[in-house]
Design a protein around this ligand. Structure first.
Ligand code: GAP
Length: 442
């Protein structure tokens, strides 16, 4: 099994990610996030949100709708050739293929050997309609990037928040793309979440801000434990850039399937605000009181997919320890899995484990401890299997603190607290648990 397969298996086995609609044979390129997955995803979003809106000055948040007037997508350029893939279609089975998949077989369908059409552009926007009548006026699209909701609210934000340039708007939300070839598990999907920040600046200082935000974003990953050697940047040449980008740097991560984009840093120039002004008839330029200049601000954008960073955090923190960490594993060939996620990202902060499950006093005490800690930390109660196996199960999902309730607990109200990283075990009074665990996880 390669690392991607191991991660997919861990995700299914331990409730991180499931194939969507699995009981109906699934739906291509769509995934559901299980009980641990939703915690990890929420933690990633929380850390990003705090970084953007609290650490930085002058960045405020927005939550715009997924559905917008279809004119938004005309103005943004997403309905034209720039946001499309060139494909050939099989006249017989109607499967579509990207040109680079057909290098040696330009004439016949690789699946059924049917005749192929000439190459045509297929747009990636997902179409839907609003209201009871399916006519042209009712057609709109699921958003392909969250940032358009920020641009069309530019005046609302400016006026309601009395902001001065430079300032930023952060948003997290779903985006949809009719990807022709979704692949590599949750790396490239048709429904995903983006965390995007749009920094509105004077055109003259846009280059400086670009460097600033590129560095800030790289540091975000490093600060969350991603190994330096697994990150790099790629200056994207003009012909490969997104249609709106004057400059584009991709932050790439070394996934098991190769170096791939995890986040895009874009200088979008005045593409968006000037086009929305043109298409809407509303003036979205900015008037600077001090310099008396009126101009379309340039936009520096940082844009990352939640699922892509989720996958990168899992790959980077996944470790296999041969012979076991404790060296007590009987079979020396045994492999223990340890997920060394940063404490801020860890889905379950504390596991509560009664030493045995057939002693009602221990179970009762363990459940009391669980109820006591649950309001403060994500907790998991587990009484199944030997204590060693339970520690291993917790290591596999990155749990920071494992708390064992044993016979001594009944005498002196102390428990054993095991630290994931050091495996050190200390006795802690139940009344001090909240404070000690806080020290581990915050
Ligand atoms: N607003 C700019 C924008 O959307 P992008 O490079 O197309 O730029 C930004 O997308 C990020 O969104 C990517 O770096 C990636 O993390 C994520 N992303 C894009 N398409 C995706 C897909 N099909 N599946 C999962 N994540 C995707």
């Amino acid at each position: 099994m390669d690392l991607t397969e191991k991660i997919i298996s861990l995700c299914k086995r331990r409730g991180f990610v499931f194939q969507s609609s699995e009981i109906y044979s699934g739906l291509g390129g769509i995934y559901d996030f299980g009980p641990l997955g939703v915690e990890l995803k929420n933690n990633i979003k929380k850390v990003w949100w705090e970084e953007m809106t609290r650490k930085h000055e002058n960045i405020i948040g927005l939550d715009s709708a997924i559905l917008m007037n279809s004119k938004v997508w005309e103005a943004s350029g997403h309905l034209s050739a720039g946001f499309a893939e060139e494909l050939k279609e099989c006249k017989s089975c109607h499967k579509r293929f990207k040109l680079d998949e057909l290098q040696n077989q330009t004439l016949k369908c690789p699946e059924c050997k049917g005749e192929l059409t000439k190459a045509r552009k297929f747009n990636l926007m997902m179409k839907t309609s609003i209201g009871p009548v399916e006519d042209k006026a009712a057609i709109t699209y699921l958003r392909a990037e969250t940032c358009q909701g920020i641009y069309v609210n530019f005046l609302n934000i400016l006026n309601s928040m009395r902001l001065k340039i430079p300032f930023g708007v952060a948003q997290i939300g779903k985006a949809f793309r009719n990807e022709i070839t979704p692949k590599n598990f949750i790396f490239k999907t048709r429904e995903f979440e983006q965390m995007e920040m749009q920094w509105f600046t004077e055109p003259e200082t846009a280059d400086e801000w670009f460097e600033y935000w590129k560095n800030e974003r790289i540091n975000w990953y490093l600060n969350l434990g991603i190994k330096k050697e697994n990150l790099k940047t790629k200056e994207v040449p003009e012909k490969e850039r997104a249609h709106y980008a004057k400059r584009q740097v991709d932050i790439e991560y070394k996934f098991p399937f190769g170096w791939q984009e995890i986040e895009g840093i874009h200088n979008r120039g005045d593409w968006d605000l000037s086009n929305h002004s043109k298409f809407s008839g509303q003036d979205l330029s900015y008037y600077d009181d001090e310099s008396k200049n009126k101009y379309f601000p340039y936009i520096i954008e940082t844009s990352v997919g939640v699922e892509r960073s989720f996958l990168a955090f899992l790959c980077d923190s996944y470790q296999e320890i041969k012979g076991g960490r404790t060296k007590t594993t009987k079979a020396a060939k045994d492999v223990e899995i340890l997920l060394k996620l940063d404490k801020r990202l860890v889905p379950i902060k504390a596991a509560i484990l009664p030493l045995v499950r057939n002693k009602p006093e221990l179970v009762k005490k363990a459940k009391e401890v669980y109820q006591m800690l649950k309001p403060y930390f994500t907790c998991q109660y587990d009484e199944l299997g030997s204590i060693g196996r339970r520690y291993r199960r917790q290591d596999e999902i990155a749990t920071i603190a494992s708390i064992t309730i044993d016979f001594q607990t009944l005498d002196d109200s102390t428990v054993t607290l095991r630290n994931r990283d050091t495996m050190e075990q200390i006795r802690v009074e139940i009344s001090k648990l909240k404070e000690v665990i806080s020290g581990y996880v915050f």
